[in-house]
Design a protein around this ligand. Sequence first.
Ligand SMILES: Nc1ncnc2c1ncn2[C@@H]1O[C@H](COP(=O)(O)OP(=O)(O)OP(=O)(O)O)[C@@H](O)[C@H]1O
Length: 608
Amino acid sequence: MADPYRAHPFHAGGGMRKFGNGEKAKAGSIWTMLSRVFKHARVQWRLLILAIMCIIAISLLEFAIPQLTRYTIDVLIPEKRYNQLVGLGVGLMGAALLLGALNYISTSTTASLGQRVIYDLRNDLYRHINRLDLSFFDRNRTGDLMSRVTSDVGVLQQLISSTMIQLVTDLFTFSAITIYMLFLDWRLTVLLLATFPVMIMTTRLFGKRIRRSFRTVQESVAEVSDHLQNTLSGIRLIKSFATESLESDRFADRSKRNMEANIRVTKLRAMYEPIIDLLNYLGLAIVLVFGAWLTMKGYMSVGTVVAVIAYLRLLQTPIRRFSRLINTIQQSAAAYERISEIMNTEPEIVDAPDAISLRKVRGQVEFRNVSFQYAGSGDQAVLEHFDLSLEAGKVTALVGSSGSGKTTIAHLIARFYEPQGGEITLDGHPLRQVAITSLRERLGIVSQDIVLFNGSVKENISYGKQDATDEELMVAARAANAHDFIEAFPDGYETAIGERGVKLSGGQKQRISIARVILKNPELIILDEATASLDTESEHLIQEALAKLLRGRTCLVIAHRLSTIQQADSIHVLERGTIVESGTHEQLLRLNGRYRELYELQFPQAEV
Ligand SMILES: Nc1ncnc2c1ncn2[C@@H]1O[C@H](COP(=O)(O)OP(=O)(O)OP(=O)(O)O)[C@@H](O)[C@H]1O
């Protein structure tokens, strides 16, 4: 049946929703992000060690080259050591070659390290999303979740594959050079370091703003993705209402937010980088002026000044690079916040520590004094002090007006949601004590809202029993009256059914979904409006298939159409979460109550 809450039009609710019990990642938690990402990287420790060793070697080489310049100016030239010139050239070229090789190794290692970490992170995130409760998916938009798994994780990729290692290298180079420069000339170095607090303050100031804008960028990417997901999967509705241009305008609006946020980021960076450059020039001016003065006074050699300038440039490289990395870092921090919001959300419906695994069930289901309301629906309870029994091996039907709570009852049996009060038992075991997987393995649901995946007929039928043999598959398809039409397809069971089964008719989809449940062979079946909206012939075929499916199993049938449930062993009429009448079809007709009213509405000419 159509779930009224889900059957919303496009674009229900905009903006971010709160992530259930998930904490928000703390603002300014760049170090938390780096350390968590590092934890993932630690698993690849061989690559990590290789990358770090290369980086240290690169830093040492870069550090040694200015020493050659200094030696040439201060020793080789004044002392005219011609015989050492060849050695100098060869040494320099050798160092350059080694530098090239080390750079190659470190770049390729860090790139594959990054890819592997991202691979793990993305899989963890997807696994985690799959574990979350249905109520989480009620609260969050599919497109938004998709963009967290694709775009946000993608942003982190940059951070891991280049930025983080670069950051470690730069930190190492920076500290080594600063220490060496202090030895070389502490006065010049202290003067130089005086510009640093200003740099740090500027970075913090801009960093926060840049991150905020990136958060908007990522959120707008999510909105664009949500729009795409909704409209492309609902393209038939758009065409039938001729709302193509309306949707294009809405798309443009969402893209505009993305564009504006990106422009804001670019402007912030455009302002930040020149400020850092200015501070770098200030450093150079200090070294030049003060260094020149020291040299003129004879306190320092020309070679030392040249070496200090060379080191200054080496020192400024990491600073400059950091000012560019800040973009990636802040963007990653914004993306990481969005990933953390999911990772910090824990499912509430989980196995109890002493949960029992059910191997075989009879299917006796009891609702005792059950109260339930959906999260976020105010104090609107769907069920209050509700009692219901499903007799093992019997067919129990639920009828009643729209919104009376029929599907909710099915959801509670499957433990998609947990009741706030009372207890539901299966064969006497409270559902809270039953391992969720074992419960769902014993349960088959056929609903009007059929979900088929893009793939072959065979893959779809065997979804609940991946190791089914071709023979078993065909037996199930025959029982579901699906074998004949499947065989008539040019590729038979290998036929691709298209996204959500678009290449199949409504009745065919329904029969495939029945075959899927027959193959799974559960003891407990829920049919939710399974035969609505079908023509008489399809309905006949499906009724036949369902009759085979129900044989010998416990079954709950939820129906609007009373013709489909007349044979049920017992029928309950539900109104606003309360059972108002119960009995067999004949008994209920004799009661002259709500059931008879519904029956006469559907069959005005019937003789009853
Ligand atoms: N996921 C949800 N979140 C919040 N409220 C919900 C959700 N699903 C259903 N509801 C509300 O719970 C009530 C019962 O819905 P339910 O789907 O159980 O009714 P139903 O009897 O199956 O209706 P119909 O026959 O029209 O399908 C309705 O008022 C509905 O708006």
